[in-house]
Design a binder for this molecule. Structure first.
Ligand code: NAD
Length: 283
């Protein structure tokens, strides 16, 4: 395969390009994930709240690809009514994990993430203790977080003995997250980009990207994904269209030069598309 990989701080290896399934209804998840695996993706990113772990699991089971060749990620949802403190909180995490695993039809996932930090609810340290248990039991090969800021990562690193392997955050040319990436690099935490294509909205229509794409005979989406790979970032683009699923994986064989990177840097708006995790508490 031509997909590069990243070695995580626990020794596990993750493909640098994966397939995300947010907003894919359960019934469409199986054909989409099947198309992705057929196209050559080996990493799939789902979450309990996406409500498509069942369809995702069906595609994995029917793919004919050996389980050890696949990298499956899912995430613990916020579930605001749950008391996450004490032993009952840790049991609640284990139950949520069991539910995800049952829906996926798997005996382990490769990566389990805390979906949002929800700093307004205090420490997530107790949740992380349950995650450490899942890792120790081999039910989640690796454990990590999503949408954490430096403050939350500092607390996690101080309070626990197992560091998150990665932090999955909003990241694309409009919002390149330079500071957070530097923090991650200092602490051996890999960076994974969600909405790596800026949700396919105005980003892919940027004239600066069209110019770089024309220069290389590629599409704007391929230029953006190439940019992620050259930045050392793990990206999980989503599409349910088979031709785009293939297009998004076909990003080898060209290299962005300094002029291209400067053009891409010039469209940085410093603004998110999604919510600011520091205030986000949906459930
Ligand atoms: P994305 O940036 O991957 O964009 C996807 C959209 O871009 C598609 O729906 C389609 O409209 C368009 N698109 C895709 N390929 C294209 C192409 N080749 N040409 C033109 N348009 C194209 O957006 P996303 O789905 O928000 O993010 C990807 C994944 O990240 C999600 O599926 C999910 O797995 C993950 N995610 C995680 C969080 C989190 O809180 N952890 C939040 C959002 C997304």
């Amino acid at each position: 395969s031509t997909i590069p990989s990243v070695t995580l701080n626990d020794g596990a290896v993750i493909p640098q390009l994966g397939f995300g399934v947010w907003q894919v209804p359960d019934a469409e998840a199986a054909p989409a994930v099947r198309a992705a695996i057929e196209a050559g993706y080996r990493s799939i990113d789902t979450a309990a709240v996406y409500e498509n772990e069942t369809g995702t699991g069906v595609a994995i089971a029917e793919s004919g690809v050996a389980r050890e060749e696949l990298f499956v990620t899912t995430k613990l949802w916020n579930s605001g009514t749950v008391d996450w403190s004490g032993q009952q909180g840790r049991d609640a995490v284990l139950r949520a994990f069991d539910d995800s695993l049952a829906k996926l039809g798997l005996d382990h996932v490769d990566l389990y993430l805390i979906h949002w930090p929800r700093p307004m609810h205090g420490s997530f340290g107790n949740i992380w203790k349950a995650f450490e248990q899942l890792a120790a039991d081999g039910r989640a090969t690796s454990i990590g977080v999503s949408n954490f800021g430096p403050q939350q990562l500092e607390v996690l690193l101080q309070e626990s003995s197992v560091a998150p392997v990665l932090n999955q955050v909003e990241l694309h040319p409009y919002f390149p997250q330079h500071e957070l990436r530097a923090f991650h690099a200092q602490h051996g935490i890999a960076t994974e980009a969600w909405s790596p294509l800026g949700q396919g909205k105005s980003l892919l229509d940027e004239p600066a990207l069209a110019k770089v794409a024309a220069k290389h005979g590629r599409t704007p989406a391929q230029v953006v994904l190439r940019w992620h790979l050259q930045s050392g970032v793990i990206a999980i683009p989503k599409s349910v269209t088979p031709s785009r699923i293939r297009e998004n994986l076909d990003v080898a064989g060209f290299e962005l030069d300094a002029e291209d990177l400067a053009a891409i840097a010039s469209i940085d708006t410093g603004r998110r598309i999604g919510p600011d995790p520091q205030g986000f508490d949906w459930n």
